[in-house]
Design a protein around this ligand. Sequence first.
Ligand code: ATP
Length: 445
Amino acid sequence: MDELEILINALSVSPENSVLRKHVAELQFKKGLFEEALLNFNIVLAEEFNFETLECKLNCLVSLERFDEAKTIVDEEMDPEENWANGHVILSKCFFHNKEYKNALKSYEKAVELLPELKDDEFYKKIKEFDPREKLRELQGNTVEEEHEVYSDFSMDKPKGNMITFSDVGGMEKAKESININIIFPLKNPEFFKAYGKKAGGGILLYGPPGCGKTFMAQATAGECNANFTNISITDILDMYIGESEKNLHSIFENARRYKPAVIFIDEIDAIGGKRQSMSSSASRSLTNQLLVEMDSTQSDNENLLVIGATNTPWQVDSALRRPGRFDRILFIQPPDFKARVEILKLHLKDKPCENIDYERIAKKLVKYSGADIKAICDVASENVIKIAMAKGKILPITTKDLNDAVKQVKPSTIEWLNTAKNYATYSNQSGIYDEVIEYLKSAD
Ligand code: ATP
């Protein structure tokens, strides 16, 4: 019997011994038994929270390549604790995995500034290799062709086998139908549309409360079209070349045009295409202008280029962006209705052991819960069951009761947004863009 086996035996006799359990978990981690180590760290954390154990848990998640979970935890804990050096290291690894090299570098540099012992030359070299600023420096003297090649290295993703499609998105039938008719069909059948003098592509603006699947829907749309996909945010544009934000935006569009059919997804579009009247700096105003130019199909060759913008604050988006030829289709991504909530519950529990779950009963309780809230309920229920399963030493299924208990621990996150939107829908709905919000508020089930 090796040391680990002996300790596991001892733990089965005194499962409440947290010090022993943590030691077992550390040995499991060293031996590469990351799943087992994670379960044990979770139990220790449930008994008593401390940062050191949390860091061990995060290292397990990173080793298991569960980067999204790790990042969510660090983001939550980082708030009052910005000087958490190891947290920045974990963030850096998560960013690196998500190909957000600039953010990976920033987090790494912050970690080393806080705690120089965390220096990891090999990892640093790896990030720098991919950092767009480094690549662009190398470019000096290169031809435009070569510049495009380099851009393509880091800004376009060809859909992969595991890319999500509409079948991964619960509910949203209206949005799916609209995207199918207006976007996917024209992109897949350009000849058909040409016959009627219409071009495929264009802009679509998704708005709605946080966590209701705007980003998810954009990714699924790219998956359905089998198109190249690039996801941009304000930081990509502002930081990439200092002082040349408009040029960056133009380059991203130009690159996408070269790789058509392509989907550009701009999250938090209000940050890039905000109302020019309310902007204090001329730099922000000219960035909005640049976006207007890029999206203007009369000025650029945007056929087979689809731009999807997403925002939680549509009232802050410049109205010029909503004119024909730009974001002329606007879709409200509402909190999921009853049927969608059942589907989302099923989607997020599909790979987990479950027993006779009454999905309808749970879904009835989830009015105004977002898709992300429902996912959180499934995660909380799983974690609660895992803790009991570990103590009993056998796999236990998730039941309706576990989900019911989890519902009590997660609050709906859309209410604040809906209250704000109600004001806009009531007092500034001249063009009728919030009609769908009004309809939803009347009928919310
Ligand atoms: P934000 O405005 O905060 O960026 P969002 O509207 O873009 O939020 P997403 O990031 O797309 O929301 O959703 C968060 C997560 O919630 C998704 O990754 C997914 O796991 C889950 N989710 C949301 N809506 C759905 C849905 N309709 N079906 C399945 N999962 C969903």
